[in-house]
Design a protein. Structure first.
Length: 99
């Protein structure tokens, strides 16, 4: 009987941290600063560009977009994605290193 009570006690002691609801550090939502907003804009631009490239590739593979239209649309979309990625890379560097 003592072994069963001890076993249940051990299981409860080990499982308790996983069962209880964690307390949040803070419920405050902070408005991003100017640099944070700029980074979010760049991330959204990158995501839109890459999604457009993916969609163009899909439509080309399924035959919805002709080879000629694909070649015409591919260049600008690649440049847009590259510019967004380059801007994100530049934003991540300290001010002294940005050119």
């Amino acid at each position: 009987m003592l072994a069963a009570v001890l076993a249940v006690g051990c299981v409860v002691a080990v499982a308790f941290p996983f069962i209880k609801e964690p307390e949040p550090e803070s419920d405050d939502l902070h408005e991003p600063d100017e640099e944070g907003r700029r980074r979010l804009e760049l991330l959204e631009e990158r995501d839109r560009s890459l999604a457009a490239l993916k969609e163009l590739e899909f439509e080309h593979r399924t035959g919805t977009v002709s080879d000629e239209d694909y070649r015409i649309a591919l260049g600008p979309l690649r440049r847009e994605a590259a510019n967004a990625l380059r801007a994100l890379e530049t934003e991540g560097r300290p001010l002294e290193e940005r050119t």
